[in-house]
Design a binder for this molecule. Structure first.
Ligand code: ADP
Ligand code: MG
Length: 474
């Protein structure tokens, strides 16, 4: 899997020069983030962290990841419409995990009232690592699928150009010309635009539901700008604004400041800290409305780790996607081993297996956003403590994926340039729109490659661990 940059990595002067070019190219291209010190002002910005060099990705696995994305879109959509499945799968989790329980309560409440929403928009990102088998052959293994607030589709639309320039500076024009164009922000916007159009009210706006702290605003602006270019109005609001100024009319149309909202695109609302009592009320108001939520609460629940684990059980995919034999096979081929820690004999056995050999596994709670998983000695200690308590059912266990590391330089503002041993995670963006029973759009909308130094077990770009990258197919 080695990329042809071995010669470059040893040439310190060339690396220094290329890094200077890279940083300026990133700033010029708009690979930007607000700073930690001033997370809500655009007066001071810096480049988002990225690799100096594109990382090698096996082309067969890259194609496999694209080829299975429409299947995953269908699957997530099917789960979101299957009350019986969600109820049964999350039954043990919601007894012990308060956050999932609250989301689930809203889900049930909305169903009891009857859905006002009839157009559905899914934007997800399925993430993978390349597991290195005993014979050294890499295999595509899904880490998770993100069904809410999947980010970096905007900034990553601009990284290929930066890496292309770096390669040219390093005398590798031929390789530069082989980098693939990639524009998830356009694909995401096409989905939002389609949902907006199907909603059918030309004066209604698209509302980006955003966090209080908005360091990653430029990533979102990339998508916003694509919508403005199509003459669709975009407003940015927080849960707090919805609580104060949101309302529903008799037909449960959503209004913000007197303006009808056609689509609510959540870039917030995926972790407990996003919610206080008022924000929960705002979430309920949005979910009850006729507006297209991306995602609706059912689709958010479809992205929980517990659902992911249940999908790996024999027969589950076949039940969720009847008649889709080939799609089921493509999906299953990407699954790593996933295990339930539910109370019972089977769960006892799994817990004992993990405690005996913690380095083989990852222990995952029902959380998003990076930095929550447990590994190695810590996994062992935590699992030992909770092995006889129902608390253990708030976690799932997963086989640890072991990719082949490669050397690269990670460029971060205010950090010295040094070479690191790195591993990468490939994400494919999926976008789909359903109106009633009819799928009116189902696409793979681009990719994201994130790379991190191997000493970090966990964490994404927003968490300050991984950096943006571009795949170099080998
Ligand atoms: P989150 O919802 O917090 O993003 P993930 O399941 O994506 O949770 O895990 C976070 C990070 O932990 C991943 O980006 C990856 O680096 C690492 N990780 C997760 N699962 C595994 C696994 N099975 N094997 C190896 N690393 C993993
Ligand atoms: Mg993740």
């Amino acid at each position: 899997m080695a990329a042809p940059w071995e010669d470059v990595l040893r040439n310190e002067a060339a690396v220094q020069e290329a890094a200077r070019v890279a940083v300026d190219a990133a700033l010029l291209a708009g690979v930007l983030m607000r700073t930690e010190g001033e997370p809500n002002a655009s007066d001071v910005v810096n480049y988002a962290p990225f690799t100096l060099l594109p990382s090698a990705v096996p082309s067969a696995l890259f194609e496999q990841a694209y080829a299975v994305q429409q299947d995953f879109n269908l699957l997530v959509d099917a789960i979101s419409q299957n009350k019986e499945f969600l109820e049964r799968t999350l039954a043990s989790t919601i007894k012990v995990d308060d956050f999932t329980a609250r989301l689930f309560r809203i889900y049930m409440q909305v169903l009891e009232e009857g859905l006002a929403q009839s157009v559905f928009l899914g934007i997800n990102r399925s993430d993978y690592m390349f597991d290195c088998g005993v014979d050294g052959t890499p295999a595509l293994k899904q880490i998770e699928i993100n069904t809410i607030a999947a980010s970096f589709g905007g900034l990553t639309s601009r990284t290929a150009a930066v890496h292309g320039q770096v390669l040219k500076v390093l005398g590798k024009s031929e390789e530069a010309s082989r980098l693939l164009p990639n524009n998830p922000s356009k694909g995401l916007a096409l989905g939002i635009a389609k949902a907006w159009e199907r909603y059918g009210s030309p004066s209604a706006v698209v509302m980006f539901l955003v966090e209080e702290v908005q360091r990653n605003i430029f990533d979102q602006r990339c998508v916003e700008n694509e919508l403005w270019n199509r003459n669709i109005r975009v407003v940015r609001r927080r849960f707090r604004d919805v609580f104060e100024k949101g309302s529903l009319d008799d037909a449960r149309r959503l209004y913000m400041d007197g303006q009808e909202v056609a689509v609510v695109y959540y870039r917030e609302g995926y972790v407990p800290k996003n919610y206080d009592q008022q924000n929960w009320e705002a979430r309920l108001l949005l979910e009850r409305s006729r507006a297209v939520k991306c995602p609706d609460i059912a689709t958010q629940l479809a992205g929980t780790k517990k659902v992911q684990q249940e999908l790996s059980q024999p027969g589950t995919l076949e039940k969720l996607l009847p008649g889709h034999t080939e799609a089921v096979a493509r999906i299953r081929a990407t699954f790593a081993g996933l295990y339930s820690l539910d109370v019972g004999e089977e769960g006892d056995k799994i817990a004992a297996m993990a405690i005996a050999d913690p380095d083989r596994f990852v222990l995952k709670p029902q959380r998003e956003g990076g930095g929550n998983n447990l590994y190695g000695e810590e996994l062992r200690q935590v699992l030992e403590k909770i092995r006889d308590s129902p608390e253990r059912t708030s976690y799932i266990l997963m086989d640890k994926i072991k990719p082949q590391p490669a050397m690269n330089y990670l460029l971060r503002a205010h950090s010295p340039l040094q070479v690191s041993e790195c591993i990468s995670e490939l994400g494919i963006f999926g976008v789909y729109v359903r109106q009633g029973k009819e799928m009116v759009m189902n696409t793979a909308a681009g990719h994201l490659l994130r790379t991190k130094a191997i000493e970090h077990a966990d964490g994404g770009v927003a968490a300050g661990v991984a950096v943006l990258d571009t795949p170099y197919l080998v």
